[in-house]
Design a protein around this ligand. Structure first.
Ligand code: UDP
Ligand code: ZN
Ligand code: FE
Length: 320
């Protein structure tokens, strides 16, 4: 079964989950997320299912440790967010805005549940899009990992934000949003949300989406904020799809605070990594990126923003 091990040299957490190997790989004839499949039934529009090949689970055994290495019980829940009964839709952006809003509300409800479980420390919500980057099932879906540890990249962001807050008495992310919104990299700004290509983008078409209100957790967002977020995500993902002439594979990750502790200095946001370069070739995170953590960009964030703004013009307006 799974266990969560820590790399003592970097602080990274690794979930060792050998049972994941058994999951079906891009099956042709049968989709477990279609209506009428054994776990789905009928009469739903959004469904949150337990992942059948979970990385973490409530039954995870105590980890084996030798006292030198750090390991944590792989306690938690892995869930699949089936976003629509319609198997053949390509992307979240192809759903009506109201349906995306339903998806977001379900995720928020699930997070409220997770927050009452003392064994869960972090609620990771993400979405992979595109066979090119290895999604195993193409039926539109997102995923949730309810984890016993804080992912290291988020932990680093927390540290930087706390340092800034201590030093200047302000939110680093609020300052970033103000800068970016006033720049040529701004894509959208509504009553509640801003979307932009950050100055520091690591991927060829990277978009960050921020609530204008300084909040740390998805559960702090109100219905109006979720409604607009649905429109903003629809517009941004549509722009990504149209940016280089063929549907762009992407990864979308929610960065939020851990479920416990005082993190008032932090500011939640979505990061979306569009992985095609302007020429439609896939950008790989290879040695420099994966091995050393230094990203090289074959384009500029400013260029990417121009391309995305053009693509946005033929997308549904995300915000009224
Ligand atoms: N899965 C499931 N029930 C099934 C078949 C697959 O819950 O009957 C899960 C599978 O474990 C996988 C997810 O559906 O985690 C599909 O996820 P995705 O393609 O986004 O990426 P993956 O998690 O495979 O890397
Ligand atoms: Zn802030
Ligand atoms: Fe972030």
């Amino acid at each position: 079964m799974s266990e969560v091990r820590r790399d003592p040299t970097t602080g990274d957490w690794i979930v060792v989950a050998p049972r994941r190997l058994e999951r079906p790989w891009q099956p042709e004839s049968f989709c477990p997320f279609d209506p009428g499949a054994p776990e789905t039934g009928y009469g739903w529009d959004v469904l949150i299912l337990p992942n059948r090949y979970p990385v973490v689970s409530p039954e995870a055994p105590a980890p084996q440790t030798d006292g030198f290495y750090e390991a944590v019980r792989a306690y938690g829940r892995a869930l699949v967010v089936v976003e629509t009964p319609e198997h053949n839709l390509d992307d979240l952006s192809d759903l009506p805005r109201e349906q995306i809003e339903r998806v977001l509300r379900m995720v928020r409800d699930e997070m409220a549940r997770a927050a009452s479980d003392p064994g869960v420390l972090y609620f990771l919500y993400f979405r992979n899009k595109g066979r090119e980057i290895g999604v195993s099932l193409t039926h539109p879906h997102g995923q949730i990992y309810e984890l016993p540890v804080v992912p290291e990249r988020v932990a680093r962001e927390l540290e930087r934000a706390e340092e800034y807050w201590r030093g200047r008495g302000r939110c680093l992310h609020c300052d970033v949003v103000a800068r970016e919104s006033a720049s040529g990299r701004a894509l959208l700004r509504g009553a509640y949300w801003a979307a932009f290509v950050p100055y520091y983008a690591r991927w060829p078409h990277e978009v960050h989406v921020y609530p204008l209100r300084h909040v740390q957790l998805l559960t702090q967002l109100g219905d109006g904020e979720l409604a607009e977020l649905a429109g903003v995500l629809k517009a941004v993902l549509c722009a990504l799809k149209n940016a280089v002439g063929k549907p762009m594979p992407y990864m979308m990750v929610l960065h939020q605070a851990p479920l416990r502790g005082d993190h008032r200095y932090y500011h939640l946001h979505f990061e979306i990594y569009g992985m095609y370069r302007p020429d439609g070739r896939l950008k790989y995170a290879a040695s420099a990126e994966t091995g050393a953590g230094i990203y090289t960009l074959d384009t500029t964030p400013e260029d990417a923003a121009e391309r995305l703004k053009k693509a946005l013009a033929s997308c549904p307006r995300g915000i009224s």
